[in-house]
Design a binder for this molecule. Structure first.
Ligand code: ZN
Length: 420
């Protein structure tokens, strides 16, 4: 009986994965097309690519946060052990919540990356349903000795160190990609990059963790300056094809050329991709483990830079609310996955333990509770039914110029995850 018990424990323990047993210190990227509409989604494989570097941790290969609308899991073919997992988001998900998605199908480029396997693996992709439960949507096998894959990067670019702290597997590695900077504007790109990164490390909690980061600028020049601005009928020829008015929101500046973004990022080891756009127009955007975008040249730029990175790096939700919002973004009666908003459905797993005794939940938005952690109604684009941790936070507005304690903790947890 004892032996059976020991066997049972052994087989139900999560696989402890030794990096060098399963992986080389390179990246395997799977490019695919994610398409669909407001109710259906489809995955279509495009290609495998071997990238020169792997920027991630060698220790934390399985993601424990369970953040993100989507999830990738990699299994060793022989043993069936899960050897890598990661959550992520994409523009397809945001588009699928727009009125347009009720009328027609649309296709988006997506990629997942993980360390390059030494042996045959199975890759599975998951998507959350309306109840926030992951459903398996796609699977494919990859055998490094048999499956065809691309080995060459057609977009080799110079890389410039902005912050250098140590080995990529023990640091958070950010690559900053130039967008809309012409050949003559390399100096401006490096200066914009240095200024924004310097500013990032003046904000808490990043100020305590500068030594946990490597930041590299990847230089790819554009034929023309700036970014597309459809509302002003401006269309420019830029390397990453960014555009304002993405999903019909003027300040939302994103790109649909995701595979090219990945190709250019692959010139350095990275955990996070940041696209710096050479424009004075206010705007940007970011999605968890997808990419961040911000404009380099206006007075609000440092705050946009830091706010957007909160989404892409730590999975933080927007804490502001609109009257008219994406109608399906957060569903009533279901706890969202983001660490800094709650519907109070599963508040125990959010920041309930950070609230002092005597603070009412929900917490009234009155001056008495200005500086405390509570649960204030209005967050995640919805005025009702979604709650945020503090009256103000950098994920809500730029007035207070500070992250709330819940966002700070989420950022610190993620820094440690990447740097162990
Ligand atoms: Zn916050």
């Amino acid at each position: 009986m004892k032996n059976i018990f020991i066997l049972f424990i052994f087989f139900t323990l999560p696989a402890y994965c030794q990096f060098s047993t399963y992986f080389e210190n390179h990246t395997l990227r799977m490019d695919y097309i994610h398409s669909g509409n407001s109710t259906d989604e489809f995955y279509a494989f495009k290609q495998f690519k071997k990238e020169k570097y792997w920027g991630g941790s060698h220790k934390n290969l399985l993601e424990t946060f369970e953040y993100g609308k989507y999830f990738v899991k990699v299994f060793d073919f022989d043993s069936g052990d899960m050897i890598y997992s990661r959550g992520y988001g994409s523009l397809f998900h945001e588009w699928s919540n727009t009125p347009e998605a009720k009328k027609f199908n649309k296709a988006f480029e997506e990629s997942v990356t993980f360390p390059f396997p030494k042996k045959k693996i199975i890759i599975k992709l998951y998507s959350r349903n309306k109840e926030m439960k992951f459903e398996e949507k796609f699977f494919i096998e990859f055998d490094p000795s048999k499956t065809p894959y691309l080995k060459k990067n057609d977009f080799e670019c110079p890389v410039i160190d902005i912050v250098k702290s140590g080995s990529p597997d023990k640091k958070v590695d950010i690559v900053v990609l130039s967008e809309g900077y012409t050949e003559k504007e390399l100096g401006k790109f490096i200066k914009d990059c240095q200024e924004l990164v310097k500013k990032l490390f003046t904000y808490s909690p990043y100020d305590k963790y500068k030594d946990y980061f490597n930041v590299k600028a990847v230089w790819a020049s554009s034929i023309e300056s700036g970014s597309d601005n459809p509302l002003k009928d401006i269309e420019v020829n830029t390397v990453l094809n960014t555009s304002f008015n993405t999903l019909y929101s003027d300040r939302y500046c994103m790109t649909l050329s995701y595979h090219k973004v990945r190709d250019i990022a692959a010139n350095a080891p990275y955990d996070q991709i940041y696209i710096l756009v050479n424009t004075e127009k206010y705007g940007g955007g970011a999605i968890y483990n997808y990419y961040s975008v911000s404009a380099g040249g206006n007075l609000q730029s440092p705050k946009v830079f830091i706010h957007e990175f909160g989404h892409a790096f730590a999975g933080l939700a927007d804490e502001y609310a609109y009257e008219d919002s994406f109608e399906n973004m957060y569903v009533k009666g279901v706890e969202p996955w983001e660490p800094n908003i709650t519907t109070l459905v599963d508040f125990d797993h959010k920041w309930k333990n950070m609230i002092n005794n005597g603070i009412p939940i929900p917490t009234p938005s009155t001056s008495e509770y200005n500086d405390v952690v509570g649960a204030f109604e209005g967050a995640g684009y919805l005025l009702k039914g979604v709650y945020r941790p503090k009256q103000d936070c950098l994920m809500r507005s730029f007035a207070g110029d500070e992250f709330c304690p819940v966002c700070k903790k989420a950022i610190e947890d993620m820094i440690r995850f990447y740097s162990e």
